[in-house]
Ligand binder design. Structure first.
Ligand code: DGJ
Length: 751
């Protein structure tokens, strides 16, 4: 591996590979000045600063420096109070009671590979180098270590910060962002993702305003309201044009990602723990580590940026154990029976699962002591004796004896006031003295910052998993936090509770996933309320949304795909009329909306399954046969005309190319659409395979048997029309009116 990090004698640092270059230097005053982040450079040390020392009337000059103002200087880790008026990356209170820290270069080192972060999930190293820059505030003896990791094969950079109080007096941290990125002045847009329950990942694009835009969460989860991912795009960037900078966090709690255009028009991106309601007491000799932030760059538009993220997340974030493992198809009991589950019903559903040919039966909510609805029992993780008289291990063994895998649902972080756990330990919840704790879905949040709570949850889950017959756990979390306080912390540390909660959760997940490395964990939080790279570090897949209506889900998958590869997602055929929005849609469209998710299944009542048995069985057979294809390939957004969406998925071996086309509302005189595919071998031949179902029909008159890659990419494939009345010869039609979907399978021909 060649050097990914170079340093000049006068302390200019360059992190560079074939995807990007990131360059900064130490100024004569000892300030880390950012120089370049963008396209790759042959000689990255030889780059010009995009700022100059100049007379700025009005600007303050930095601590005696001539014409040197931090307010127009791009920096690597800016503070406040020493001539920069923009929002700082670090802010705190020193022993003198003021908030002025001044961080200067002290030393640096380069290490091969990547040290893990203490107590926090972080991306894995491998063919990487890490630059550690030590900054110091000499007056208050605060040491700040900036970590930068670059990988040989990815357009991604990881950043985190470790603070250490070297003084003999307490320092209080109020902002401790994980990264700061100062981009030069220019026309940019912000792309961020917002939503709510069952409506996650809506993309919004807005010009970078003069002022400050913040996507954040103070809910205790990374949240659906504002996802913890944001991209700064060159103005007008499209799927295949423009410089794009993405930023996210390997973290699942309160966060802020902000974009500020300063008075001199340069643009600052900050990402890390939300400074609102955060505070950390750093005692003498103690350290604090921020969560990891990731930046990705592409000079080739949003599709290029997504490709960078997808490859990186697969290779360096999600658990290696499942990276190349095709995911089981499954039948989930939730929409089949909701809370009304018992041993006989589950075994009947297991027979149905065998009948429709899926690999796994998942027992969702409702199985534990007294849980007949959502008003009780969270916390008491013992099987309900009346409904499951022989217990979960026995049930799991019986399900497995039918040739199925067995999966089970937990919501470990929660407790209902009506539960044995709450009766025994009322102080184990997040709460503040003198206030009635607010309920969410009739439940309270356990205080995971407490080791005894973590231990209790480990024991409860371990008691079920230790039978050895559990293959999969759906880990749910169904409310945001309120009255965030811990009975185990002193008054002066109450605002540390949220972050300590996350450290406790990660500790518990570390223990469980180490104890049960072969159990497939699926992350869920009322769908996508905590879908982030922190959780995906432990759990290879996630339930992205409770929206099972296919049209609702199209937008969610499209939005999520900007950051996430689809092999971290699960989807199932849910009921119609849909339980979230009432829409009626075909089984086929319901299946195809999730066709590129790694984990595919069914969650329907026995009667619904019976009514469409053969079709469902055919889809599940297809899902099973293509499960290996849906791992490690390339998902690409091809087009979106509002009423029509096309997605491409190319298998990792590049031998099969799938194209899914969705036509939402039918109508007369629709335009002809073509899908221009991407990333094919221009010289190869691709044969259209009509074998996946019979609606594609036989090749139509005049249609060649196969197409060259260049024709598919540059001229495109004609998309079908929705049949309205009489059909014309030579036109391919889709089977339904509204909400129709078609899947094309193209197989690369040998030679
Ligand atoms: C919310 C999840 O998102 C659903 O899939 C289901 O597991 C319910 N919780 C169960 O209570």
């Amino acid at each position: 591996m060649s050097d990914l990090i170079t340093v000049s004698d006068d302390l200019t640092f360059a992190l560079a590979n074939r995807h990007f270059a990131y360059v900064f230097r130490v100024s004569p005053e000892g300030i880390l000045e950012h120089l370049h982040y963008g396209g790759p450079l042959g000689e990255p040390l030889n780059v010009q600063a995009h700022h100059r020392r100049t007379i700025r009337h009005v600007a303050s000059t930095f601590q005696g420096g001539r014409h040197y103002s931090l307010s127009d200087t791009p920096q690597e880790y800016p503070g406040f109070g020493t001539s920069d008026y923009r929002f700082p990356a670090v802010h705190g209170r020193n022993a003198d009671g003021n908030t002025v820290f001044s961080l200067h270069y002290h030393s640096h080192k380069i290490v091969d590979d990547k040290p893990a972060l203490k107590g926090l999930p972080s991306s894995r190293g491998g063919r990487s180098q890490t630059l550690i820059i030590t900054l110091q505030d000499k007056l208050h003896q605060l040491r700040v270590r900036l970590h930068y990791t670059i990988w040989e094969d990815h357009g991604v950079i990881a950043r985190s910060v470790r603070f250490k109080n070297l003084s003999d007096k307490e320092i209080q941290l109020q902002h401790a962002f994980s990264t700061a990125l100062d981009l030069p002045s220019g026309d940019y847009e912000i792309q961020h993702f917002h939503g709510t329950w069952a409506r996650e990942f809506n993309a919004e694009r807005i010009p970078v305003p003069q002022g400050r835009f913040v996507a954040d969460s103070a809910r205790g989860t990374s949240s659906t309201a504002h996802h913890n991912y944001l991209a700064v795009l060159q103005k007008g960037a499209t799927e295949d044009f423009g410089r794009c900078y993405g930023t996210t966090l390997v973290y699942s709690g309160n966060f802020a990602i902000s974009v500020e255009r300063g008075e001199f028009e340069d643009v600052r991106v900050l990402a890390g723990i939300n400074p609102f309601n955060f505070h950390w007491r750093l005692k003498p000799g103690k350290s604090f580590t921020t969560p990891e932030a990731l930046h990705a760059f592409s000079g080739a538009g949003m599709r290029g940026l997504s490709a960078q993220w997808h490859g990186f997340i697969r290779e360096h974030v999600t658990p290696e154990r499942f990276r190349d493992t095709p995911r089981p198809t499954y039948l989930n009991t939730w929409e089949a029976a909701y809370f009304d589950v018992d041993e006989n019903k589950v075994l009947d559903l297991a027979d149905t699962a065998v009948d429709i040919g899926v690999d796994m039966l998942v027992l969702d909510d409702g199985w534990f002591e007294g849980r007949g609805d959502d008003t009780s029992s969270l916390g008491d993780w013992r099987a309900d004796r009346e409904r499951f008289p022989s217990g979960i291990p026995d049930l799991a063994a019986k399900v497995r004896a039918k040739g199925l895998k067995f999966g089970i649902w937990f919501e470990p972080e929660m407790v209902n006031p009506r539960s044995q756990l709450f009766t025994d330990h009322p102080d184990w919840i997040l709460h503040v003295p003198g206030r009635v704790p607010s309920l969410g879905r009739n439940q309270l949040t356990l205080d995971l910052s407490r080791p005894e709570v973590q231990d209790y949850l480990f024991e409860q889950i371990d008691a079920v998993l230790s039978c050895g017959d559990v293959d999969y756990v759906k880990w749910d979390m169904n409310r945001n936090m309120t009255e965030v306080g811990s009975a185990a912390l002193p008054a002066s540390r109450q605002r540390e509770t949220s972050h300590r909660y996350m450290l406790g959760l990660y500790r518990l997940l570390d223990r469980l996933t180490e104890a049960y490395p072969d159990v497939l964990f699926e992350n869920c939080a009322s769908g996508g309320n905590r879908f982030d790279l922190g959780m995906l570090s432990y759990m290879p897949q996630g339930w992205i949304s409770d929206m099972c209506d296919p049209i609702g889900r199209l937008a969610i998958i499209t939005g999520a795909s900007h950051l996430y590869p689809l092999d971290v997602t699960a989807a199932y055929i849910g009921p119609s009329p849909n339980h979230q929005n009432g829409r009626i849609s075909s089984v086929r469209t319901r299946f195809l909306a999730g066709v590129f998710c790694a984990a595919r299944g069914v969650s329907l009542s026995e009667a619904d399954i019976e009514a469409h048995r053969d079709e469902i069985a055919a889809h599940m057979a297809f899902a099973k046969a293509t499960a290996p294809d849906m791992i490690g390939g390339r998902f690409e957004r091809i087009s979106s005309h509002g009423n029509e969406i096309a997605w491409q998925y190319t298998t990792a071996d590049e031998q099969t190319v799938y194209l899914a086309y969705f036509h939402i509302l039918s109508g007369p005189n629709q335009p002809f659409r073509r899908a221009r595919l991407v990333g094919l071998d221009p010289d190869a031949q691709y044969r259209l395979d009509d074998g996946w179902d019979d609606t594609l029909g036989a090749p139509i008159d005049g249609e060649p048997e196969s197409y060259r890659g260049d024709a598919l990419m540059h001229s495109g494939l004609a998309m079908p029309q929705v049949a309205v009345g009489e059909k014309s010869p030579g036109v391919r039609y889709m089977p339904d009116g509204d909400f129709s979907a078609q899947l094309f399978v193209l197989r690369r021909q040998p030679g």
